[in-house]
Structures are given as structure tokens and as C-alpha cells.
Design a protein around this ligand. Sequence first.
Ligand code: F3S
Ligand code: F3S
Length: 123
Amino acid sequence: MAFVITDPCINTKDTACVDVCPVDCIHPRKDEPEFETATMLYIHPEECIDCGACVPACPVAAIYDGPDSTPKSQGSLIEANAIFRAGEPDTVAKAEAIVQSHVAAHPDLMAIAPEQRAAAHGK
Ligand code: F3S
Ligand code: F3S
């Protein structure tokens, strides 16, 4: 199991989660070149130790505590989190393509302010 970042992070990229993660498994960080263009941030599922510190840190409730608890509407972003690797253009492009597909498939969610979007995930 690993924690999963979902769509309230899209274009929010608050990065409070990065600051509290004890194992530095959330990318891209602000000091990584991908940060400026990344649509959202991603949790490396093999490096996350499930400490949970990132969940209360996120001001828009973007993080779920595992694939099983991630709402179906966010399912494709589980794969995006799993694929993204800072410094690897191919994986960055694949993850970002998944995010763009998610955005295109969910205009309803994208129309909601990020801080209120998680409340609509299960609907
Ligand atoms: Fe880090 Fe959150 Fe996992 S703080 S270790 S990404 S649960
Ligand atoms: Fe995104 Fe929330 Fe982290 S908006 S960058 S998951 S603090």
C-alpha cells in the first residue's frame, strides 16, 4: 500500500506534503526541474512508508491512504503516482498524459474549487 495524490493537487501544488514527508518520496520538489511544468505532485509507491504525515498537511485534502481508499473517480491517478519519476522524461510524460486524460474526463470535478473537490470525489 502507498498513499495516493489525487486531483485537488492539480494546479494547486501546495508542496506542504513534501515538507513533512520523512522519506522524500513526493515529487517533483520545488528544486527539481519538473516542478514548474508538472500539473500535480506524485507519491512514489515503493518509497512511501505509509506514515500519513502528508494527509493533514495538504490544504486541499488531495491525499488518500492507499489505492483501496482512493475513490473510483480518481482511479487513473493511482497509476500516474506509480509511474512518475523526477529526472526521467518518459515517465514524467506518461504520468502527465494520464493527468490530462483525467482532466478531460472529469470537467465536473475540474469546475469545482480544489479545496472543495475532494468532497465530490465519491459522488
Ligand atoms: Fe511520505 Fe505521505 Fe508516504 S508523508 S511516507 S508520502 S504517507
Ligand atoms: Fe498537492 Fe496537497 Fe501536496 S496540493 S503538493 S498534495 S500539499
